[in-house]
Design a protein. Structure first.
Length: 157
């Protein structure tokens, strides 16, 4: 994973010589790369090579042992919990297994972060959920539960 090490303002993610160690196990060493807006960036490799750790670093769930990691221009390890929460609202992840709650409908799952972060009326939440479902071709699937839809539908939800 390497790219041009010079940082520009249009980088979404920037790793500069990032390393991560757990105890005596070095999971990442001197990783340097950047991801620009709209760029497709893929992290592949065998089990145990740091793919999930890289994503957790980007989300601020872990902090690098060495190096510099910026997301949307902010040094993640230096963000306060409030700043980290604001940053996380601007990024998203697609989990391999869908990561939906099985006892809630697709619409209820999609509404969860909108409810948790507050500030929207029930009507606004319903409208945003309907718009999101329509955008990914699931306008008729909102009342279905995760076990009732295909894998592709789960990922789109």
């Amino acid at each position: 994973m390497s790219s041009n090490p010079s940082q520009t303002m249009d980088e979404v993610v920037r790793f500069d010589a990032v390393g991560k160690v757990f105890g005596t196990r070095e999971v990442l060493k001197d990783q340097t790369f950047s991801v620009k807006p709209g760029e497709l960036f893929v992290i592949i490799g065998p089990s145990g090579t740091g793919k999930s750790v890289t994503l957790k670093l980007i989300a601020g769930l872990l902090h690098p042992t060495q190096g510099s990691l910026k997301v949307l221009g902010q040094e993640v390890s230096q963000c306060s919990s409030k700043a980290l929460a604001q940053l996380r609202r601007r990024i998203g992840f697609l989990f391999q297994g869908g990561a939906l709650l099985g006892w809630k409908t697709l619409a209820e799952n999609i509404a969860l972060p909108l409810i948790e972060h507050g500030g929207l009326s029930a009507r606004e939440i319903k409208t945003r959920v309907a718009d999101a479902l329509a955008e990914v071709g699931l306008q008729d699937a909102g009342e279905l539960y995760p076990a009732e839809v295909s894998g592709g539908m789960l990922k789109r939800a």
